[in-house]
Design a binder for this molecule. Sequence first.
Ligand code: NOJ
Length: 751
Amino acid sequence: MSNIHHQDTDTLAALVAPYRKTGVTKRSEENIRQSVEELLAKMTLEEKIGQMSQCADSEFSFGADIEAAPTDVLVREGRVGSILGAFNSRRTFDLQKMAVEQSRLGIPLFFNADVIHGYQTIFPIPLAWASSWNMEQIREACVIAAREATASGITYNHGPMVDISRDARWGRVMEGAGEDPYLGSLIAKAQVEGFQGDSLFNEETLIACLKHFVAYGASEAGRDYNTVDISEWMLRNIYLPPFQAGLEAGSASVMNAFNFYNGIPIAGNKFILNDLLRKELGFDGMLISDYGAVDEIYIHGAARDRKEAAKLSLDASMDIEMVTQLYEQHLPALVAEGKIDIEQIDAAVRRILIYKYEIGLMDDPFRYIRPEKEVEYHFHPEHLQASLELARRSIVLLKNDRRILPLPQEGLLQGDMTVALIGPFADSKDMLGTWQFSRYKEETVTLREGLQAKGIADAALLYAQGSGVNEAIPGGIEQAVKTAREADMIVLALGEHSEMSGEAASRMDISIPAPQQRLAEELVKLGKPIVLVLTNGRPLVLDWYQEHVDAIVETWFLGSQAGHAIADVLLGDYNPSGKLTMSFPKHLGQTPIYYNRFNTGRPVTAENKDEKYISKYLDGPNEPLYPFGYGLSYTHFTYSALKLDRDIIKRGESITVRATVTNTGNVAGEETVQMYIQDLYGSTVRPVKELKGFHKIHLQPGQSTGVEFTITEQDLQYCNASLEWVAEPGEFKVYVGTSSVDVLERSFELI
Ligand code: NOJ
């Protein structure tokens, strides 16, 4: 299953084999500490700084052009301790050999990469897999990604990204779990556990790195790298929890965010990095700067020169500088001038070397580089199966009028009816999304291929591209209309290409690009049933489509098996179960929009909605088009009998919440039963709803089940104005339902 030529693999495997050690065992913590001290005593200042420097491998560049000596030179001279973006065992082997054999102390390198949603087998983008609300499968995706990446010699992941994001204009929303701190925390934990496994010494696990610490998702106006200005109260209640969860799960590394906090760029922000992350949250792992972020302290204008930027970053306890070379250029002079203490450098190098020992690199530098495993693991059928299963669960059904979906499978198979498959994503390989570096792009299953694989003959599956993503195709619309006329119904595959989300991919206008919109308008005029299938990396404004098409299926970027997963849903072989983890605005002007908003002093109610001086827009509603937690099924779930076992609790006690859910439709289906609370008043304002639990259930038609949640005092806590976590006495509401909006409610009191 690999496109590496086997003969090459055999040769490479034979080349690597003599370098691999046998019988290497895990060292004790005590032994590691002692060895680190011995090694540290042998290192020159330059060699220490070398360990603290990371370079991007020659072909890998992501941003500002960085002037640096070629990778090979830096490695031989012991001037780098880790390499970003060396993507195969041939390259990692060559570089490791150079480090071990030619640098003075022979300290092996970490190989770092962004393994965000798969390595060679690509899984749905994180915003998509979050929609599955399935921690087991998300964890498994990370286990597989780590297994594939480590076989190429990669040891250190630049992920997971656990930023809370509330503004769909920000391209990086695709990398995270969405807008909710509770769900985001569970997903952060699942990812760290998946990447790191039970032991970092295991050669199929990756060092995880929580990023971007912190509040990067609060970029003003959704523009990447832009100003962030939030209170510490907001920081602690909303942005911090997923990092705390990832740290509790044992993440070995953290990466800073590009933004500033209280006016100080985080790469040099002592409060955020030293006081909050290290001291308060107890993080003693490796802190790595984001790409160029140490240098950017200077570019932000928060340092007189680059030397001061280097000092600020080290003072804030930044261990590794990614790609720029300010540490190398300035730390020696800063030490000589007594402006920084050598102990600060030693502390950073210690943290790095501890992990080089812990993962077994110091004893067996080539243990991760396993060409024979690359061939075995990369794009392994079982990995593809896991990707397919998660892809199905990541799809969110947004609309399904008159139960137009699933498509009549038998009619299509027998050629009794025809579908026109139209649009730039109807037969596109661009289904992987950004933040992936797979060699298997061409193996991506397109939607058309997925439908063909179901056995639908070409005569029943007419096809026209109709439009490009951002450009019209001459004659494209005419051709598409002609094709659609011949069919009974239309499957219209529209969206954003993969570079329209991700880093440096903010959009002012988050609607479907104009040429595709024109195509849709022409097709709607035909009056035939239309199913809109979306490929995209962020919530979009879909108001027009909500009005004009019959069904909408949100498929995000689903990864290597995208076409199969979508075909399963369209034809009813999988009943969709995904639930949104980011609100979809009705209009761009509503962004940022999120369900756990605050009441304001002038909330809109059914009674006052026509008054003037209330918190509303003149030209549209406050509500999103599709709220957090929303997603339809081919069946229907009815909620009833919501009960609390008591309506007053004291501190230290808990409440049991019970409800009954019944599948009142005609097919079996999976439901995510969601439980929210609302703290009606507090010493600070409180969100109108907060997710506090969910259960995934599977019900046959007609089947009912009881679901049960326990609310403890801890679930009622939040960060108050004195920045303490407290549960304050008072009234609370409990909501249980199928989304953040469609819920039953009860009340209780904490005394
Ligand atoms: C910049 C991104 O912000 C970060 O997430 C990533 O890990 C680095 N580039 C390296 O690719």
